[in-house]
Design a protein around this ligand. Structure first.
Ligand code: PLP
Length: 387
């Protein structure tokens, strides 16, 4: 097999051909600045507003509650930093406290670290061995915080695929009078989302995780949340996110959102079948391997494992030589492999965490590819173990 087998859809997805086609006219034909008053600019403006309506519909929100950003990282930074700053402003300088989890993406964790350095409180909620927030503990932690300003819990985990109890957390936040933000970068376009039903006040998403282009995303902000602007400048995005809009990117994201929601059920069905097939083969045919994450509440395309006695990064490099793209859970820094913070948080011991490998499937993968991958994983793991 000489073709590349791409199993890293949680890292990014291919921009779908329909998406590229939809974007093209906004690069070289309708290139007007949406802020201009002439008809040519209106063409770009109309395209943006059409996408705002499309995106709003997909999460049961109102168009004026959708704000376009440069992607998941910016949306997360905006939600956390401005929620903290707003709390401080309305509480006459008193610092607020953010409740979050230790399994979040670095866009959240490093924003929290930055806020902590500015004396904002950060509380990490306990998660179980599958990475799900323990509700009772969350309830206690919230009750203990007098100055809680925000609850931020990811919708689904990028490493282990675990889906959080968003509906329960939303109810808990509402009951406690807390603003609820969710990083839905891995979930949007793959799971049905209802911001009203789940009491979600803010939601981050990113186009390149669901067939759209890189460098564009959105933040949903419920209309009654007075989140201040994060980027200052012009009056774009109702004065809340300055900068000339990435019109082709936004148009592409709109097309990708439309396609993802139309195909969601069918694609989930297909990738779940392939994922289960691959996972079954790996768990049956390779000794000393565990599957991480929740078996039931799990993204359909995620199969993440820890192989004892190997390093995930070296396995990913060896699989690359066989034409297979996967991610490892550990990052090499100064010559040693650091365990993934997610695996540490769910209590995976280092000798297992070192051997973390993540396979994330897409609708274009085939069963034949899964067979090839299973064989190559078996071979690479056996070689690395010296068997
Ligand atoms: N949040 C999660 C859960 C992610 O998986 C990612 C990207 O992998 C991000 C945030 C960052 O998104 P972006 O790449 O659009 O900045």
């Amino acid at each position: 097999m000489s073709k590349m087998i791409y199993l890293d859809h949680a890292a990014t997805t291919r921009t779908l051909p329909e998406v590229t086609k939809a974007m093209e006219p906004y690069l070289d034909i309708y290139y007007g600045n949406p802020s201009t008053i002439y008809e040519f600019g209106e063409k770009s403006r109309d395209a943006i507003e059409h996408v705002r309506e499309t995106i709003a519909r997909t999460i049961h929100a109102r168009p004026e509650e959708i704000f376009f950003t440069s992607g998941g990282t910016e949306s997360d930074n905006w939600a956390l930093k401005e929620a903290a700053s707003y709390y401080e402003r309305i509480h006459e300088g008193e610092k607020g406290c953010i409740l979050t989890t230790p399994v979040e993406h670095h866009a959240i964790l490093n924003s929290c670290q930055e806020l902590e350095e500015m004396h904002c409180g950060i509380t990490f909620l306990k998660v179980d061995e599958s990475g799900r927030v323990i509700l009772r503990e969350a309830e206690n932690a919230i009750a203990e915080q007098e100055n809680a300003c925000l609850l931020s819990v990811m919708y689904a985990n990028n490493e282990i695929g675990t889906i959080e109890p968003i509906d329960d957390l939303g109810r808990l936040a509402k009951k406690s009078g807390l603003i609820f933000h969710t990083d839905a970068v891995q979930a949007y376009g793959h799971l049905p989302i209802h911001v009203g039903r789940d009491h979600i006040d803010m939601l981050s998403a990113s186009a390149h995780k669901f067939g759209g282009p890189k460098g564009v995303g959105f933040l949903y902000i419920r209309s009654n949340i007075n989140l201040p602007a994060f980027i200052h400048g012009g009056a774009q995005e109702s004065n809340r996110r300055a900068g000339t809009e990435n019109v082709p990117g936004i148009v592409g994201m709109g097309k990708a959102a439309e396609l993802a929601h139309r195909r969601m059920r069918m694609e989930n069905h297909k990738v779940r079948y392939l994922r289960d097939y691959l996972a079954h083969r790996i768990l049956q045919e390779i000794p000393d391997v565990i599957m991480t994450g929740n078996r039931k509440f799990r993204l359909s395309n995620n199969a993440s494992f820890c192989f004892k006695g190997i390093t995930g990064e070296a396995a990913a490099i060896l699989l690359d030589t066989q034409g297979i793209c996967v991610s490892s859970g550990s990052a090499c820094s100064t010559g040693s492999y650091e365990d993934s913070h997610v695996l540490s948080a769910i209590g995976v011991e280092s000798e297992w965490a070192q051997g973390a490998v993540r396979f994330t499937l897409g609708a274009e993968n085939t069963k034949e590819e899964m067979d090839y991958v299973a064989e190559k994983v078996k071979m690479v793991v056996a070689d690395m173990r010296g068997n």
